[in-house]
Design a protein around this ligand. Structure first.
Ligand code: ZN
Length: 329
């Protein structure tokens, strides 16, 4: 029946699927636990589902059942669909989503694993490994499309594929937990957040003497204590803005020019005037200009009853940009 006769030593290594199953099972449980935390932060359900899938596959491997490969195939194909839905055919984010699952799939297809399952005789290899081969082949095709596509080129003017390193400077009153969560899985993003309200699990905290979040290797935060005025803010900017270029020059600086740090804002415990925020914007733009950082800013926040006060903050950001960059025409 079987075309190839495996060596006896290969045939009799039942511990290989068992150990693989233990490793996959633990990885799955860790992924699911991290996923629960992410969902609590308002993130995607993917990691919980993927973690459970991986754990189930691990449990089946421990029992040396070929259904482990089928569950894994469903996980791989599901991940592929989720990744395309989330990022399209964009090579780097796709690779980041498949970089663990793909090699683990290849290992499952090794005869060392498949030949040591209890219900998968060599004659049935097609049924045993077929679905997973489909998943692996689909992954290769999708990654190849992502690698060779010109997905990033927009009108030939801005090739975002070259702009892999993006700095985000978040000076909104509230700590940017969502941005930090994004950066945590995207090494090409770096985030510096200067905040006056901490923000955790969908709750804002005015008291920033207690830190409720954690920084990572590429996302950092600096708290502004209650009563912080213009001088206090400027000192912090002088001290921390250089972090934006510590890994070299980013290709793009995204500046979140928040209006809610204004002292009149109902959420703000700070003592920042319109003038202080104008100076803040000038400091940021001058820093960007000094380091030749292509810069885009977004208007954010602002909850004063008198909307004119919010508008004034935003207008001042334009004024600061005009003063700093205006000479270029
Ligand atoms: Zn805010």
């Amino acid at each position: 029946m079987s075309q190839m006769q495996a060596s006896p030593s290969t045939m009799r290594s039942p511990w290989i699927p068992v150990v693989t199953g233990i490793v996959y099972g633990l990885l799955g449980l860790a992924l699911a636990a991290g996923g629960v935390w992410l969902v609590a932060l308002g993130g995607s359900f993917y990691y919980v589902i993927a973690g459970i899938g991986l754990a189930v596959s691990g449990a089946l491997l421990i029992r040396r059942l070929r259904a482990a490969l089928w569950v894994y195939a469903a996980l791989l194909i599901g991940t592929l669909a989720w990744a395309i839905w989330e990022v399209g055919f964009d090579w780097w984010p796709l690779a980041a989503r498949g970089d663990v699952l793909f090699p683990l799939a290849l290992w499952l297809l090794c005869p060392l694993v498949t030949r040591n399952l209890t219900d998968a005789p060599p004659s049935a290899w097609r049924a045993t490994t077929g679905p997973l081969w489909v998943g692996v082949a689909a992954s290769v095709v999708v990654l190849a499309i992502g690698l060779f596509s010109t997905y990033h080129e927009i009108d030939g003017k801005l090739d975002v594929a070259d702009a892999l390193v993006v700095e985000i400077l978040d000076l909104d009153l509230h700590y940017g937990n969502g941005t930090a969560a994004l950066a945590a899985t995207r090494p090409y993003l770096t985030v510096l957040a200067v905040y006056g309200n901490d923000y955790h699990a969908n709750v804002a905290y005015r008291d920033v003497t207690v830190r409720r979040h954690e920084d990572g290797l590429n996302h950092w935060s600096v708290a502004l204590q209650a009563g912080c005025d213009g001088r206090c803010l400027n000192e912090i900017l002088d001290q921390h803005l250089p972090r934006l270029v510590q890994f070299g020059k980013p290709d793009l600086l995204l500046y979140q020019a928040g209006a809610d740090p204004l002292q009149d804002d109902p959420y703000s415990p700070l003592a920042l005037t319109h003038h202080d925020l104008l100076v803040r914007d000038r400091i940021v733009f001058e820093f960007a200009r000094r380091h030749s950082l292509p810069t885009a800013w977004v208007l954010a926040g602002g909850y004063t009853r008198d909307t004119a006060k919010v508008v004034e903050v935003h207008l001042n950001t334009f004024r600061a940009a005009a003063v700093v960059f205006g000479g270029d025409g």
